[in-house]
Design a protein around this ligand. Structure first.
Ligand code: ADP
Length: 333
């Protein structure tokens, strides 16, 4: 992670947001720009992720360029999925922009795809890189929380609370699909937080039979309405509509409804937790670069900001907390 060659050579940091947007990315950009200024370094914004590097969409930043963005969702730098960056020709073009603007280091705010691109770019062109994990899915190894995750949890909880009002009023069984193709963090935490009857996540295969048994048991015990939270990547291999149809067929007394929360989960004002996390990570990312560290990601562990090599952050698996599965099983009685 530490390379003496880079020591004190950082003068102009490029910063970009890439992959799926997440609330709190703006707070991270603000922290990067202001910390750079604090350390008498320059910062350059790169727009639309790696696409902006290829197309030369950049702007010199100063502390005033990031006024009034800490409270805003999305990313003022815009984000993009950029297939051109996956090819060496694309990355060569990106490096031309870096040379043209005398950018000597990069801070990449994004998810594991963005970090994979960063790692390849770093190895090809020897440009120091620090990653900041920004994704609502919380599916990155090396940090207990990614930027945007806490905001997404609160957005989902709000939505499920509202759905519960209708579920109770009409004796309905609601299947609520939340984001998380590969990781059940959002489903598991919001399921517990919103008092869901059952939670289906990609990491565990609960099976449709068990779900049916559990819901039948609840019905017999006097529950007249229920909420089931399903991660979009649930292991049963069925989508939320298939699952709802199966249950409806087998439990004719229930009025079954499906609600897919979709992209609303990504938006909105970041929570205080995400703003503070993004600020801390942004400060540390610049400090680490300035100390000559590279090819690593900042992360939160036991309330400290730590560094994990990018390769480990990409390859490692962010496990779900098994105790939460147990808590959910006990409380859905
Ligand atoms: P996330 O960062 O949220 O996981 P993506 O997986 O879409 O989002 O990755 C964001 C961008 O990172 C991609 O559009 C691409 O430009 C770049 N990227 C991802 N994987 C690679 C790769 N193997 N090589 C080069 N660039 C990559």
């Amino acid at each position: 992670m530490k390379n003496p060659k880079y020591m004190s050579s950082v003068k102009r940091i490029g910063v970009l947001t890439s992959g799926g947007d997440a609330p709190g990315m703006n707070a991270a950009v603000r922290a990067v720009v202001r910390t750079a200024a604090f350390l008498k370094l320059e910062s350059v914004a790169i727009y639309q992720g790696y696409q902006g590097l290829i197309d030369d969409k950049t702007q010199i930043m100063n502390p005033r360029s990031v006024n009034n963005i800490i409270n805003k969702g999305g990313t003022i730098l815009k984000s993009a999925r950029c297939s051109e960056f996956r090819s060496i020709e694309g990355r060569k073009k990106a490096f031309e922009t870096i040379k043209k603007h005398k950018i000597d280091s990069l801070i990449i705010i994004g998810g594991d795809g963005s970090f994979t691109g960063a790692m390849i770019f770093q190895s090809e062109f020897k440009i120091p890189v620090i990653g900041i994990p920004g994704t609502i899915d919380n599916d990155i190894f090396g940090t207990s929380h990614t930027i945007g995750y806490d905001t997404a949890l609160n957005t989902v909880i709000d939505a499920i609370d509202k759905i519960r009002d209708t579920a109770i009023s009409h004796n309905r069984l609601f299947f609520v699909e939340v984001m998380g193709r590969d990781a059940g963090h959002i489903a598991l935490n919001t399921g517990i937080g919103a008092g869901a009857e059952e939670i289906l996540i990609p990491e565990e295969n609960m099976g449709l039979e068990r779900l049916l048994e559990s819901l039948s048991r609840s019905e017999k015990s006097g529950k007249s309405s229920s909420i089931v939270v399903i991660a979009e990547g649930d292991k049963t291999g069925k989508n939320v509509f298939d699952i709802a149809e199966y249950i409806e067929k087998n439990m004719p007394n229930y009025d079954v409804r499906v609600s897919v929360l979709g992209h609303m989960q990504r938006g909105g004002r970041p929570t205080c937790f995400d703003r503070v996390l993004a600020s801390r990570m942004g400060v540390k990312a610049v400090e680490y670069l300035n100390e000559g560290k590279s090819n690593a990601m900042v992360g939160l562990k036991e309330d400290e900001i730590i560094l994990t090599p990018l390769e480990k952050a990409i390859k490692g698996k962010s496990e779900i907390n098994k105790d939460l599965v147990r808590v959910s099983d006990i409380l859905s009685l």
